[in-house]
Ligand binder design. Structure first.
Ligand code: NAP
Length: 486
C-alpha cells in the first residue's frame, strides 16, 4: 500500500468471520471533488451482519483467550504500521472524503495517537478488592472485581473524520477485550477497510474484527437491532441517533452527535487571536465537523474589528483541489449537502441576513461564508449547518448570550475569548455544553479527554480512556469461606 497508494484497493469488499468477502452487489465510492470512481466495496446485507456478529460473539465467548499483553502489543504494532503507511492512508482518506491532503495527513497522525493511547489503556483494565468486612452481611466473604469486556461492540461511524473516528471506537473496544463489528459511512468505507487490513497485519485476531460496508438502513439497522450486539457506539447526526435509540431498545449505547459551535468574545478579548481561531474553526474540513464554529457572539464594541478581521482571513483561504497542499477548503461530501447549505444561507438572506463573503456554490463546493444580521430562528443559527458558514452577532449582555446558548438544542463544545479569568470562568460554568475552551474556540480536542455533549449533542462520553470504561464492565468474584470453628 505504501509504494503505490493511488492504485491501491483494499483486499476485499468486506471482512468478517476471519476472511475477506466480495459480495456480488457493490457500492461505488466516488471522489466528491470530481465524481471519479475511487473504489468499490461490498453492499452488505442484514444476513451478512448476522453472520459477522455471530462469528465475533463466538470468538469473544468461546475463542482462544486474548491476553491483555497481546492486545497491547498488537495495538502498538498497529500504531507503528500506521506511521509507516501514513502517506497512503492520507491520500486514500483525502480522495474518498472531503479533506485537503494537508488535513488528511493530520487526521492520520491523530489516529496514530488514538491507537497508541488505546494500547496504553491496558494499564486501566484493573479492579480492586471489595470491602466485604464493612458489613455484618459480608462476614466470611472476600472478593474482588476485574474489568471485563462487554462482548460485541457495534461501531457506526460518519464520513467527516473517516479514520480517526473509526480508531476511536475500534481501538478502545479491542484493548478492552471485545470483538468489534464496524459499519463505516457509505461515502468513506475504503479507509475503514484499509484500517482493518492494518489491524490484521498488526496481529489482531482475525475473528475479533469485522467491517461491513453498506447502507445505514440495512447494515446499520441490522447491527443495532442484533440481539448478540452488546454495545452500540455511534457517531453521526441527531436524527440517525434517534432512529438508533428506537431500534436498540435497552442495549448499551454511546452516541456522539452534532453541535452548533458557539464562541463568545468578551469586551477585553484579543480580537486578532479570536478572529484567526474563528476562521480556522469555522472552515476546516469545509465546516463538516461536529465542533465547527457556527455562531460567534461578540461584545458590541468589538464587532466591527472582529468582522473586518474574520472577513479578511476568510477571503485569503484557498478553495481548491484536495490534492493541492496549498488548499484550505475542499468540497462538501456531495452535491445534496452543498445545495442544502446553499438553501439555508438563501433562507437567512431572504430573512434579512447580509453576506460579507462567500455564499457561492459550484457543484459540491461551497465558498466559506460569513453572515451578519441573521434573523432569529434561521436554520443557520438553530440547526447544525455542517458546512462552511459562520454567523457573527453583537451582544450587549453576557447573561442574554448565556440564556440564548443554553436554549439551543445542541450543546457540544464552546469557546470564550477574554483576558479576564473571572469572566471566563463565569461563562464557562454557566454554559450547558460538554466542554468550554478559554481563549480558543470549541474546535479543539485531544483524544484522551472525555468527549461528548449535553442535550442533543450526545449520550455518554468518548475519548480513549472513557471509551474503554464504557466498553468494559466490572465483574465481581467473591468467596464465601467456611466460618472458623469456634
Ligand atoms: P449520519 O447520516 O447520521 O450517518 C452516520 C452513520 O450512521 C453512517 O455510517 C450511516 O450510514 C449510519 N446510519 C444511517 N442510518 C442508520 C440507521 N438507521 N441505523 C444505523 N446506522 C445508520 O451522519 P453523517 O452525515 O455521516 O455525519 C455527520 C454527522 O455526524 C453530523 O451531525 C456531525 O455533527 C456528526 N458527528 C459527530 C461527532 C461527535 O463526536 N460528536 C463527530 C463527527 C461527526 P450511511 O452512511 O450508509 O447512511
Amino acid at each position: 500500500m505504501s509504494s503505490q497508494p493511488s492504485t491501491w484497493t483494499p483486499a476485499g469488499g468486506a471482512f468478517w468471520a476471519g476472511r475477506w468477502h466480495h459480495p456480488d452487489t457493490t457500492l461505488e465510492v466516488l471522489d466528491p471533488e470530481d465524481g471519479q470512481l475511487v473504489g468499490r466495496v461490498g453492499d452488505c446485507t442484514a444476513a451478512d451482519v448476522d453472520e459477522a456478529v455471530r462469528a465475533v460473539a463466538q470468538a469473544v465467548l468461546a475463542g482462544p483467550a486474548w491476553p491483555i499483553w497481546q492486545r497491547r502489543e498488537a495495538l502498538h504494532r498497529a500504531a507503528s504500521l500506521l506511521v509507516e503507511r501514513e502517506a497512503a492512508f492520507a491520500e486514500l482518506l483525502s480522495r474518498e472524503g472531503c479533506k485537503p491532503i494537508r488535513d488528511a495527513l493530520r487526521e492520520v497522525q491523530r489516529a496514530v495517537e488514538t491507537v497508541r493511547l488505546s494500547a496504553e489503556q491496558a494499564d486501566r483494565l484493573e479492579g480492586q478488592t471489595l470491602p466485604f468486612g464493612d458489613t455484618p452481611r459480608g462476614e466470611n466473604r472476600l472478593g474482588w472485581y476485574t474489568r471485563e469486556p462487554v462482548g460485541v461492540v457495534a461501531a457506526i461511524t460518519p464520513f467527516n473524520d473517516p479514520l480517526n473516528l473509526v480508531a476511536h471506537k475500534v481501538a478502545p473496544a479491542l484493548i478492552g477485550g471485545n470483538g468489534v463489528v464496524l459499519k463505516p459511512a457509505e461515502q468513506t468505507p475504503l479507509v475503514a477497510l484499509a484500517f482493518t487490513e492494518l489491524l490484521l497485519d498488526a496481529g489482531v485476531p482475525a475473528d475479533r474484527v469485522a467491517v461491513l460496508p453498506g447502507r445505514g438502513a440495512t447494515v446499520g439497522a441490522a447491527l443495532v437491532g442484533h440481539p448478540r450486539v452488546d454495545l452500540v457506539s455511534f457517531t453521526g447526526g441527531y436524527t440517525t441517533g434517534n432512529a438508533i435509540a428506537a431500534t436498540a431498545g435497552a442495549k448499551k449505547t454511546v452516541m456522539e452527535l452534532g453541535g452548533n459551535g458557539t464562541v463568545v468574545v468578551l469586551p477585553d478579548a484579543d480580537v486578532r487571536r479570536a478572529a484567526q481561531a474563528v476562521v480556522d474553526g469555522a472552515f476546516g474540513n469545509a465546516g463538516q465537523n461536529c465542533l465547527s464554529v457556527q455562531r460567534v457572539f461578540v461584545a458590541r464594541e468589538l464587532v466591527d474589528e472582529l468582522v473586518e478581521r474574520v472577513v479578511r482571513l476568510t477571503t485569503e483561504l484557498v478553495v481548491g483541489s484536495k490534492a493541492d497542499d496549498r488548499t484550505d477548503v475542499g468540497p462538501l461530501i456531495d452535491e445534496t449537502s452543498a445545495a442544502r447549505v446553499e438553501s439555508w444561507v438563501d433562507e437567512a438572506v431572504e430573512g434579512g441576513a447580509a453576506v460579507l463573503t462567500g455564499a457561492k456554490r459550484e457543484g459540491t463546493y461551497y465558498w466559506p461564508t460569513v453572515l451578519v444580521s441573521v434573523p432569529a430562528g434561521a436554520r443557520v443559527l438553530t440547526e447544525e449547518v455542517f458546512g462552511p458558514v459562520v454567523s457573527i452577532e453583537p451582544f450587549d449582555s453576557v447573561d442574554a448570550v448565556v440564556t440564548e446558548v443554553n436554549g439551543l438544542e445542541y450543546g457540544l463544545q464552546a469557546g470564550v475569548f477574554t483576558r479576564d479569568l473571572d469572566a471566563a470562568l463565569d461563562v464557562a460554568q454557566r454554559l450547558r455544553v460538554g466542554a468550554v475552551m478559554i481563549n480558543d474556540t470549541g474546535d479543539f480536542r485531544i483524544d484522551a479527554m472525555p468527549f461528548g455533549g449535553s442535550k442533543r449533542s450526545g449520550v455518554g462520553r468518548e475519548g480513549v480512556p472513557f471509551a474503554v470504561d464504557a466498553m468494559t464492565e466490572p465483574k465481581i468474584i467473591a468467596i464465601h469461606r467456611s466460618p472458623r470453628p469456634a
